[in-house]
Design a protein around this ligand. Structure first.
Ligand SMILES: [Zn+2]
Ligand SMILES: [Zn+2]
Length: 63
């Protein structure tokens, strides 16, 4: 189910492991997500400022 429009068929999952958000391509764009074309993935609005290599315990994005 798409996290934006709540319709089925969403195929784009957030690249962030453990993130349940999925979007349609169009919904991802409209929801201010960042597409990662390198691996055909995307970062949801919540995780677009995060990186996979963020050190554990980093709270800089937690506000
Ligand atoms: Zn959608
Ligand atoms: Zn996410």
């Amino acid at each position: 189910m798409c996290s934006a429009c709540h319709n089925p068929g969403a195929t784009l999952g957030c690249f962030f492991k453990g993130c349940p958000n999925k979007y349609h391509y169009r919904c991802a764009l409209e929801s201010d997500c960042v597409l990662v074309e390198d691996n055909f993935s995307m970062k949801c609005r919540k995780h677009k400022n995060k990186t996979l290599k963020a050190p554990p315990g980093s709270r800089w994005d937690d506000r």
